[in-house]
Design a protein around this ligand. Structure first.
Ligand SMILES: Cc1cc2nc3c(=O)[nH]c(=O)nc-3n(C[C@H](O)[C@H](O)[C@H](O)COP(=O)(O)O)c2cc1C
Length: 160
């Protein structure tokens, strides 16, 4: 359900403490999320200004090791460039990006990252920041692979 369909966010509209309550809700949601959360500005290379604990656990990077750097620090030789091309196009068009690509932890090990990027607009309707929601889906992908590999083919079933 999107926030537009959710009346909860309108309850506080006339409350003078609205901004502070929203700040606490926002901060708690990010800090305790099971997903990695990464926020960048719209500056050159999209410099990182925030990462949560789940991001640090997933990637092995501490917050101060990535602040000011581009999220492309997560990329390496096996990262699919066609996904990044689509990401650039979506960002330029102001669309939400959703995709998967191989990323690299600080120790150089590979994992499959699934992530969304949402533009956060300022009062002029221009994206001033980008919010990424990230997940390590390596296990799910291996599990899907196992299901395909161990599922008997029609021919094998007939032979039984
Ligand atoms: C908010 C945000 C989060 C991003 N997160 C990732 C990520 O988790 N993994 C990744 O490979 N690239 C991520 N990127 C993409 C890279 O930072 C970069 O934009 C992309 O590689 C395209 O730029 P390039 O054409 O200079 O390579 C993210 C970009 C933004 C704006």
């Amino acid at each position: 359900m999107s926030s537009e369909n959710n009346d909860f966010f309108r309850i506080f509209e006339n409350d003078p403490k609205f901004r502070e309550i929203m700040r606490r809700l926002f901060e708690s949601s990010l800090e305790h999320s099971f997903n990695g959360i990464l926020i960048t500005t719209d500056g050159p290379g999209y410099p990182i200004v925030y990462v949560n604990d789940a991001f640090c656990q997933m990637t092995g990077y501490g917050p101060h090791e990535v602040f000011g750097k581009s999220p492309s620090v997560l990329q390496g030789p096996n990262t699919d460039r066609s996904v990044l091309k689509r990401l650039n196009e979506d960002i330029e068009n102001g669309d939400i990006f959703h995709g998967k690509a191989i990323n690299y932890r600080k120790d150089g090990s590979e994992f499959m990252m699934e992530w969304k990027i949402l533009p956060i607009q300022n009062d002029e309707g221009k994206a001033s920041h980008y919010l990424a929601i990230q997940k390590d889906v390596t296990k799910e992908m291996y599990h899907d692979q196992d299901v395909v590999d161990i599922a008997p083919t029609e021919k094998e079933v007939d032979l039984q």
